[in-house]
Design a protein around this ligand. Sequence first.
Ligand SMILES: O=C(O)CCC(=O)C(=O)O
Length: 216
Amino acid sequence: MQSSLFDEPQQPSRRESLGEQTFVLRGFALPWLDDILPALREVLKAAPFRRMETPGGHTMSVALSNCGQFGWSTDARGYRYVSDDPLTGRPWPVLPEVLRTLAREAAAAAGFDDFIPDACLLNRYVPGARMSLHQDRNERDYGAPIVSVSLGLAAMFQLGGLQRSDRPLRVPLLHGDVMVWGGVDRLRFHGVLPLKEGVHPVMGPQRINFTLRKAG
Ligand SMILES: O=C(O)CCC(=O)C(=O)O
């Protein structure tokens, strides 16, 4: 039988471009969830979510934890990566293999080959929690991208430019979406608007975000 164009299954592109080197990969994490969720549960048993203080003395509305060789932390002394969890005094839990592989594949889908993360910051948002516009600049290696995975309630992500004054785009992020930014876009300002009330069928009344980075 002669094949025609119509025999080919048309795969709609799930990759949206938001800049030269910024992409959202819609639903990219969904096929991995059966492995991601138990892995996150284990991490959070060893290093529970906690609300940290900013150097300015404010308590963040988002609760944080980490896994991997380095964990992002903030207190009165400033923002930094540390290898031990300040709450338990133990090293952060090991980065689960499923997160490492997901990060490598998502980065490759966005044009960043051979991404090997050594840090994963977990953020828990309950309704009302927000993250103000900031740059991720505590990492030593800006050559590596940031891979950011959204689970649970939908959030409105703010994607700014390289200057704080650049007007941010609003990008809705849903359960399973993965954002990747790097290269010329690595230092774009970004944040999250206050989370709206809701109950997600899988994750409940919260949003969990985790970002994989190369910090060391
Ligand atoms: O929650 C998000 O989608 C973004 C998190 C973030 O900006 C960060 O961890 O630096």
